[in-house]
Design a protein around this ligand. Sequence first.
Ligand SMILES: [Zn+2]
Length: 253
Amino acid sequence: MSNRISLRFYEELNDFLPPEKRKRAFDRAYSQAGSIKDLIESLGVPHTEIDLIMVNGNSVDFSYPVQDGDRISVYPVFETLDISPINHLHLRPLRVTRFVLDTHLGRLAAYLRMLGFDTLYRNDYDDPSLAQISSEQQRILLTCDRQLLMRKQITHGYFVRQRQPHRQLLEVITRLDLCTQLHPFSRCMHCNAQIQPVSKASVIQQLLPNTRKHYEEFWQCPACQKVYWKGSHYQHMKQAIEQLKSECAHGAK
Ligand SMILES: [Zn+2]
C-alpha cells in the first residue's frame, strides 16, 4: 500500500534539499510505516537541525508515526521568535558550550580554541567515536557530514555549510549565537588546554633571540608546554577577532 503525504521545509533547512523541493510544499509517496525522524532524514535533513515539526497544525516529536494524508511542516532552530507553548524538539542549549569536531575541520578547531572554546579535535576520530564523545561529554558536534548528524545518539550537532575556515568560524559563532561567550587567547590552539601566565625566566631557554629581546609577558600550555606571547601572530588574530565581533554585531551570516 502506498500513502501520500505533503512536506514543507523552512528557512535554512532548505540547504539540505534539491532545488525543486526548496521553500515549497511537495508530495511524497511512501509505502512503509515509520517515524517522522526517519522520513525527514531520508530526505537528507539531519534531525539535529530541526526544532519544530507540525503535522496537520499540531506539533509532534521525532517518534510520531507518519500517516496517510499528513501535511508536515519542518522548522529549524528559532533564535528569536517566541513559540514557547509548542513542543520544541531541540533540547535546551547546553549550559557550557563545548565542541567536538570531525576530522576535516582542523583549522576551525584551532580557531575555536583561539576564542576560548573547549574544542576536541583529532585527525583520527572515526564516526562512532565522534558520536560517542558528543553524546557522553555533551559536546556540540560540528561536521560537514550530514550522515554523521543522523546518528540517533547525537542531540547537539551542527552542519557546517561554509568551506573556508574563517567563514566557518563566523558561521558557527553567529548561528549558535556565541558572540557573548568569547574568551580569546585563554586556550592552547594545539591541544585545547587552558594556558597560564609564566615568568620569562621559566621559558627563556625556549625563546628565539628576537622574542627574548622584545617581549616580557609569556603564557604557557601546561599540557604540551607550548609558549605564547603577544607577537605579530597575536596581533593578526586580534584583528580577526575584532572583525568577527563587528560582523556578529551586524548579524552577518
Ligand atoms: Zn597545548
